[in-house]
Design a protein around this ligand. Sequence first.
Ligand code: UD1
Ligand code: CA
Length: 477
Amino acid sequence: MKSSHPLTTVVLAAGLGTRMKSSVPKVLHKIYGKPIIHYVIDSIKPLKSENNIIVIGSEGREIKNTINKHYKKNLVTFAIQKEPKGTGDALKVAINKLKGFNGTVLILSGDTPLISTITLQKFLRLHRQNKEDISIISFIAEGNHSYGRIIREGKQVKAIIEDRDVNNEQKKIKEVNSGIYAIKSHMLKLLNEIKINKAKGEYYLTDIVDIAVRKGYKVGAHIISNETELTGINTRQDLHNALHYLRDRIISKWINSGISFIDKPSVFIHPDVKIGIDTIIYSNIHIEGRTIIGKGCTIYPNVRITDSIIEDNVTIKDSTVIESSLIKKNAVIGPFAHLRPGSIIGSSSKIGNFVEIKNSIIGEGTKASHLSYLGDAQIGKNVNIGAGAITCNYDGKKKNKTIIEDDSFIGSDSQLIAPVRIGKGAYIGAGSTITQDVPPLSLAISRVKQRHIEQWTTRKQIKKEKLEMKKDKKSKR
Ligand code: UD1
Ligand code: CA
């Protein structure tokens, strides 16, 4: 549907990103597991513009593939800048795709990931209300940086001068260019008037400001947010800073939504995670991917949870790893537990120290408290798995299933050689190697019968003493 304010977005992502010192394209570096270009795309997606054009370099195939794999077809189109001849040239490549477009072009850098949709909407409103031909988001930058400076005469914006080109006076200016612009389409012809910056060998998009102002067009720069949102990523240090800005933003959101933290600075929660109220989060915790945590959970120190669902009132004790698993309400996991993908832990179950579970369903109220491996198993309700009991699920060729029915008892240090079924209410004697199905309500025991050799120690001692006496005699001779 055509809106009354037609909009096109252009994301510039064809730069070489040499300052990252990396073999990975800059915009594919990740923050919380998500490529930085995806953050930018997510911020423009709700604007519902007519076109979203991403400018990539001739080596940009990897960027294109990464984006195409993640987003619906037709959300973005790609324009290829054959040589990285600067941001001005990159925009020109994009607008070649826009013949006949009449409206506003919103330009963003692919390396400015923390920009929010709300700020962009506010910016576009200002651009329209002020009837500006070119609008710029600017911000106040503290400390050392290499952003372009906004040059004003009184209130009026005159130019943007790049860090490498500023004089000593201009160097002190704190208002800088975010690299986000709204430009009326009729202004784009001015791109042809940008001259090459001889020192860098690039066409600077920022030079369009000076050209437009000289021709009497209306240009405005707006400080509508801060460095924590508009930070651009050129170096690994910038990437680290951006991660921490985002981290602080996310933790603040959860603190304000009823979650308690014992040690904020050591907690990392990915942007798509959801957490219920009254959950308490201790120190050194990573909650990743699309994890959902219920209400009233407690997560003790040194825990990593990835792409999992944790229902209400679950306790996760120290040093536990949980991957692609479901933990039902009131369960207690850890310390030192490892739930590998496909683990479903029933409500009020207990998975204790040094227990590893993979691709298994554990029924309600079942306990595996110490030193077990449960793989490819289906375990019923109220089962007791003794210390050191394991499923032997792999025969060297394929994985086999272990079924343990409700109310059974697996004695300590038993090995269940899969495929095998333990019937309801059966008992496995400690130390058994179970190779056949066990009928319900029966006791299975498979150990060598114990025997005693009496006075064995005494005899051994006598033998030793005799041997020593012999040796003594020999040496005296
Ligand atoms: C740019 C701005 C600077 C601003 C800063 C904000 C220019 C000349 N300077 O500087 O005023 O303060 O962003 O973060 O625009 N790109 C291409 N093709 C190219 C060169 C760059 O597509 O030939 C892309 C890059 O991939 C990047 C974006 O344009 O996503 C900005 O380029 P970059 O080299 O990072 O510019 P900065 O030096 O950060
Ligand atoms: Ca940059």
